[in-house]
Design a protein around this ligand. Structure first.
Ligand code: FMN
Length: 192
């Protein structure tokens, strides 16, 4: 069993990464392999709407000059996918949007590559707009026939400076519960 988590923050090792690491720690404790991929500093671009993925149907993005195909392979290999984003103007970050648009389109072009995998969104914010970001990420999972895993609250944490979210105790608990719930679901999905 493997879980891959993507942090779509433009800054490395910030609040989004810390929230994801907190959920992943619970999964590791349950004996599940995890990987955190931080998109910060990586070469990543938006979808160019060429629709070549629908012509080729080879499970890859036709624009093969950035990190997207590597991310796609990690998604395909995993049993669960976490997507974390900071809140930027009440929406997902550019990096998160590029990841979802490109991987989501390739998935659809190939008969829903992530069907029956588990998924969860995680959001960092300073003050407002996080629930919209959470909803946006969930659209990626739900259109892909994935199983969205919940927690004891919506998966949102508050803080502005790097790792300030560690002081948001409810967010930390929400992330630990998310990790526990994801592990519970995975053990059942993967037992099939
Ligand atoms: C371009 C930009 C736009 C932002 N817009 C919002 C916003 O709309 N609402 C909010 O609460 N915080 C906003 N923030 C603050 C970040 O969401 C917040 O600092 C978050 O913790 C950053 O996560 P990170 O440490 O993973 O980068 C914005 C930050 C940036 C850089």
């Amino acid at each position: 069993m493997k879980v891959v988590a993507f942090s779509g923050s433009a800054r490395k090792d910030g609040n989004t990464a810390l929230l994801l690491k907190t959920a992943l720690a619970e999964l590791e404790a349950a004996g599940i392999e995890t990987e955190l991929v931080q998109l910060a500093g990586k070469n990543i671009h938006g979808c160019i709407a060429c629709y070549k993925c629908f012509e080729r149907k080879d499970g890859r993005c036709a624009v093969d000059n950035d990190c997207i195909n590597e991310c796609l392979e990690k998604m395909k290999d995993a049993d669960a996918i976490l997507i974390g984003s900071p809140t930027y103007f009440a929406d997902v970050s550019t990096e998160t949007k590029a990841l979802m648009d490109r991987c989501g389109m390739v998935s659809r072009a190939n008969g829903d590559l992530f069907k029956y995998k588990a998924g969860a969104g995680v959001v960092a914010a300073r003050r407002a707009g996080a629930i919209h970001v959470f909803d946006s990420i969930n659209h990626f999972f739900l259109i892909g026939q994935m199983i969205v895993v919940g927690s004891s609250y919506w998966n949102i944490g508050y803080g502005r400076e790097k790792e300030e979210v560690a002081q948001d105790e409810e967010a930390m608990k929400t992330m630990r519960d998310l990790g526990t719930n994801m592990g519970w679901v995975l053990k059942r999905i993967c037992a099939e």
